[in-house]
Design a protein around this ligand. Structure first.
Ligand SMILES: [Zn+2]
Ligand SMILES: [Zn+2]
Ligand SMILES: [Zn+2]
Ligand SMILES: [Zn+2]
Length: 240
């Protein structure tokens, strides 16, 4: 028995703007809890030194700095938004030195040249992005890991690797589909994977017999970048 299916994408992954002060590459929270013991390091420019990310944080709000950056006469750097909130702009919030804050052009230049490796380096991504723009890559990194849904299996890899794993190691039947195009799916008890080359999406389909009515179908989307509610699909023409 087969089912005629048509899947439509209602919304794609939205390029949400990163929260100001949030660094792509995860691990910020852990790092903050560790009090910098396990510092995240980044390279500066294409061929020079290494710098601790912590050094690029505002000394008041501890969020990553973005130009324009201001510093006191002793060199405490703060972000523009913290500077705006200071009641006494003549006195450094950290060391109380007077004389106000000046632009710190050197640090602004460093911020513009710093590159950070993708947080999925351990999964094979070699991309480095500019510190100030990294989040865009992170949200669409093709190496972001997905995990095999089989509870006894510890496989993880990109969606392409997971597809390969499910079909070749776990022997799931697989069917390719295109958005908006009708295709036939063999109804077979158990798991089935649907994949599309259009955006690499994987849909895991589970058929469960519900006698005497037929089969119950559950469909789960695998997307390592998904934010809850971010992506929606419509499944049409299920019955034949
Ligand atoms: Zn700040
Ligand atoms: Zn100071
Ligand atoms: Zn990446
Ligand atoms: Zn598996």
């Amino acid at each position: 028995m087969g089912a005629g299916l048509r899947i439509e994408r209602e919304s794609g992954p939205s390029a949400k703007k990163r929260r100001e002060g949030e660094i792509c590459g995860g691990d910020r929270d852990e790092e903050e809890e560790d009090e910098g013991e396990d510092e995240q390091m980044v390279s500066v420019g294409s061929n020079c030194g290494i710098i601790a990310l912590e050094a690029l944080d505002c000394t008041v709000c501890n969020h990553p700095l973005r130009p324009p950056v201001l510093q006191c006469a002793s060199g405490h750097v703060i972000c523009m938004s913290c500077h705006r909130k200071l009641r006494n702009k003549d006195r450094c919030y950290v060391c109380s030195i007077t004389g106000g804050y000046q632009r710190c052009i050197v640090l602004e230049k460093i911020l513009e040249s710093v590159q950070i490796p993708c947080s999925n380096t351990m999964y094979g991504c070699t991309v480095k992005t500019h510190y100030l723009e990294g989040a865009d890559h992170d949200k669409s990194c093709p190496c972001a890991p997905c995990f095999c849904p089989d509870p006894g299996c510890h496989f993880n890899g990109s969606t392409a690797e997971l597809l390969d794993h499910l079909t070749h190691t776990d022997n799931w039947p697989a069917t390719e589909f295109e958005y908006g195009q009708r295709f036939n799916l063999q109804i077979q008890e158990g798991m089935h994977v649907l994949y599309t080359r259009e955006d690499g999406t994987l849909l895991l389909v589970k058929f469960t017999p519900v006698p005497p009515f037929g089969n119950a179908v559950s469909i789960m989307c695998v997307d390592p970048h998904a934010v809850a509610g971010d992506r929606k699909f419509r499944c049409l023409d299920l019955l034949e």
